[in-house]
Design a protein around this ligand. Structure first.
Ligand SMILES: O=C1C[C@@H](C(=O)O)NC(=O)N1
Length: 444
């Protein structure tokens, strides 16, 4: 593998920013120093650029196998590296659902052949696959996914005894989608009564409302407390849920952690006027107060990681009426740029972005030797120019579905180079696809 020398970067790592050179050799960070004079196969002049650990996205939907008309592991991993995401953890609501060890391993095989980013896949729980779930290897699989609210893929786990069993026996982190099903159904009935088939999309946050989120998250937290489960609640979308999470202990000691997604920080209810069903997703984008509250929750460390829930659907599918349009938004290519915009606006610091998008997911999932810029660690690195505007176009959007809610939008930062496991895969609009990403490993 080619060695890489990064010269004169502003290195953002572990709460500090400092000028440094970084030497990458055999996939790893070989040296970090003020001035490195060693020869390397590739040299990057990083003057004026910030060097960040690559983003680890702990919640994505890449649709393969079975839904490859929407996306493939290869297509979405390519979009990921363009945006500075070097590792992803992918959800089991593919077709067939990843609910057996064999089906799970099939996804790893596809990724080994096609993914430019490092990868891991969740084992999916159902009401009746406990034995399979318990076979999951804690060192080679990121976690177990439970839908405690239904969403794309009909993987709802609503059997109380099954939930007790998984929460008490799982040896891996349990990542949960929390929305109370009965609350959603009751709300839906009210809106159907009122609007028939023509429910306005703006009602989505009233159907999948605050009460649905809180009731389900509350239940998950209670179960985790009862069984001392390692619980990670995905895509927290309401202010109310913040009271379920602690910020008085270090992340390393937390048994219950929480994720916030970029779209819940970026959009609010008013945006349905502009984007309509494009931003229909579960949990719903809600009132403005939640967006503000979630940002505060992030700053106060009640929310531990930032992810995307990247969920591509075809543009034609998304154009249907409210009830027919599938939930989910393609986001992974622009997640880092979105958060860098918050840095520009003074809402987040660069150090905080790095903490929540790289360090924290690495700690939370015990990812082996990634998520930090440290000698000996894997070289998953991103170089960003905070002062180079970037306009999103159809041509520079790499999702297989071919659209992004950001088309036409100009971000004030550009992702210049992305290095995955020591390989310079993306450089200013060009790719070197000669090497694929690695399977993530976990120290548990
Ligand atoms: O939980 C989910 C699933 C996802 C999908 O489309 O797979 N879309 C969503 O909006 N939320």
């Amino acid at each position: 593998m080619k060695s890489i020398l990064i010269k004169n970067a502003q290195l953002v790592n572990e709460g500090r920013i400092s000028t440094a050179d970084v030497l990458v050799k055999d996939g790893r960070i070989a040296q970090i120093d003020q001035s490195i004079t060693a020869e390397a196969d590739q040299t990057i002049d990083a003057t004026g650029l910030y060097l960040l650990p690559g983003v680890i996205d702990d919640q994505v939907h890449f649709r393969e196998p079975g839904l490859t008309h929407k996306a493939t592991i290869g297509s979405e991993a390519k979009a990921a590296v363009v945006g500075g995401t070097t590792s992803f953890m992918e959800m089991p609501n593919t077709v067939p659902n990843a609910t057996t060890q064999e089906l799970l391993e099939d996804k790893y095989k596809i990724a080994a052949e096609t993914s430019l980013a490092n990868y891991s896949f969740y084992m999916g729980a159902t009401n009746d696959n406990l034995a399979e779930v318990l076979l999951t290897n804690p060192n080679t699989v990121c976690g177990i996914k439970i839908f405690m609210g239904s969403s794309t893929g009909n993987m709802l786990v609503d059997n109380a005894e099954t939930l007790e069993q998984i929460f008490s026996k799982a040896k891996l982190p349990i990542a949960v989608h929390c929305e109370d099903e009965q609350t959603i159904r009751d709300n839906m009935a009210i809106y159907e009564e009122k609007y028939g088939e023509d429910i306005p999309v703006k009602c989505h946050p009233e159907i999948r409302n605050e009460a649905a989120c809180f009731k389900s998250s509350f239940l998950a937290v209670k179960l985790a407390e009862k069984h001392n489960t390692r619980l990670h609640i995905l895509h927290i979308s309401t202010e109310e849920e913040l009271k379920l999470f602690r910020n008085d202990i270090p992340l390393e000691q937390k048994r219950i952690t929480a994720e916030v997604c970029v779209h819940h920080l970026w959009f609010d209810k008013e945006d349905y006027d502009k984007y309509g069903t494009q931003i229909k997703c579960n949990p719903a984008v809600k009132e403005h107060r939640h967006k503000e509250g979630l940002l505060q929750g992030l700053l106060e460390d009640k929310l531990d990681v930032i992810a995307t829930d990247h969920a591509p659907h075809l543009w034609e599918e998304k154009q249907g009426k409210y009830k027919q349009a599938p939930s989910g938004v393609p986001l992974i290519q622009h997640s880092l740029q979105m958060m860098l915009e918050f840095v520009k606006q003074g809402k987040l610091t660069l150090e905080k972005v790095v903490e929540k998008m790289a360090h924290a997911p690495a700690i939370l999932f015990n990812v082996r030797e990634r998520g930090y810029i440290r000698e000996g660690y894997w070289a998953d690195l991103v170089l960003v120019d905070l002062n180079k505007p970037y306009t999103v176009t159809k041509e520079n959007t790499y999702y297989k579905c071919g659209w992004s809610p950001f088309e036409g939008h100009t971000f004030s930062s550009t992702i210049m180079h992305t290095i995955v496991s020591g390989h310079l895969v993306y450089s200013n609009g060009t790719f070197d696809e000669s090497k694929k990403g690695e399977r993530l490993l976990f120290d548990r």
